[in-house]
Design a protein around this ligand. Structure first.
Ligand code: ARG
Length: 331
């Protein structure tokens, strides 16, 4: 007996999630793998990724355009909460996980799958965020995490895939682990694991180094309505367009970089570099706005809420009752 009959797998098109397809079928006895790739504004072309899943043995390959949902229902509430994990990280990666979990659960229900799967390893926060969010949304679904169990190195995983007819493009191998979406980039591992190593300029994509920034400032006036950003310099913009434009102008001036040693949920300290230009500016502006509009006691009380909120978000408790109650207070 296999571990599940029909599985919806969160799919990025990378080596690990691609190897998950034959692995689920051959080692876990899964009969049918449906992949789901989410567009969260990471800038990847989704059509080749969709085809790659089919060529790798997936029965069905889904693509979800979720960028607007991401900004409106995950980023904006978090901005209203001024959520900064350990007072610094605006949770650009963390916020994507409950949304991907929701897309997986929706697809599993639609296609009658009895399990969902993700390609996270056992070292990071993301495995917990997926497991906990999926369980909160549909406790009847099994969650499979092949890469947490298989204990294969990257070359071993590739060799495993090749056994089942997969081929992997020869890419210039990067020592870094990178996660990206519309809200930001997270860069970790490789030389960054030594905190004495200054990050090389080449790791940055969304922000310019100070030597390359314009001499003259740009002014951006941000319009808020009920705590939500709606306009730049007097021009009303949709949520995705607003974040995109703000990322460009802010990143061009070299703002939005973080270099921190972060305490992971799983008990590991990890060196993290982030680029999150728009998100950091919006939280700063939103806090300034609150200093004008909130009473002293509400402002002070909200600081504690913000800290709890950011920890819950970081720890994958987005769909928990307490988090919903905090949202109600903030609204
Ligand atoms: N530490 C960050 C978080 O937990 C990012 C994790 C994913 N980043 C990566 N480079 N793989 O939200």
């Amino acid at each position: 007996m296999g571990r599940a009959e029909k599985v919806v797998l969160a799919y990025s098109g990378g080596v690990d999630t691609t190897v998950c397809i034959p692995y689920l079928m051959n080692e876990f006895g899964v009969k049918e793998v449906i992949t789901l790739a989410a567009d969260l504004g990471q800038g990847d072309e989704l059509e080749p990724i969709r085809k790659k899943a089919l060529a790798s043995g997936a029965k069905e390959s889904l693509v979800a355009d979720a960028t607007e949902d991401f900004v409106v229902n995950y980023a904006f509430p978090s901005i209203k909460a001024n959520a900064l994990y350990e007072n610094r990280y605006p949770l650009s990666t963390a916020l994507a996980r409950p949304l991907i979990a929701k897309l997986l659960v929706d697809a599993a229900e639609k296609y009658g799958a009895d399990a969902v799967a993700h390609g996270c390893t056992g070292k990071g926060n993301d495995q917990v965020r997926f497991d906990v969010s999926i369980a909160a949304l549909n406790p009847n679904l099994k969650v499979l995490a092949p890469a947490r169990e298989w204990g294969m190195s990257r070359p071993e995983a590739m060799a495993y895939g090749e056994k089942y007819g997969l081929s992997f493009p020869v890419k210039k191998s990067s020592p870094y682990s990178i996660d990206r979406n519309l809200l930001g980039r997270s860069i970790e591992a490789g030389p960054l694991e030594d905190p004495w190593n200054e990050p090389l300029e080449e790791i940055y994509v969304m922000t310019k180094g100070i030597a390359e920034t314009p001499d003259k400032p740009d002014y951006v006036e941000i319009g808020f309505e009920k705590g939500i950003p709606v306009a730049l310099n007097g021009e009303a913009l949709g949520p995705v367009e607003l974040i995109t434009q703000l990322n460009d102008v802010v990143g061009k001036h070299g703002f939005g970089r973080l270099d921190m040693l972060e305490n992971r949920l799983v008990g590991i300290k990890s060196r993290e570099i982030y680029e999150t230009p728009a998100l950091l500016v919006l939280i700063t502006a939103h806090r300034d706005l609150e200093s004008l509009t909130l009473t002293a006691d509400v402002t002070h009380y909200k600081r504690g809420i913000e800290q709890t909120y950011s920890e819950m978000d970081y720890n994958g408790l987005w769909y928990s009752p307490l988090k919903q109650a905090l949202d109600a207070f903030i609204d």
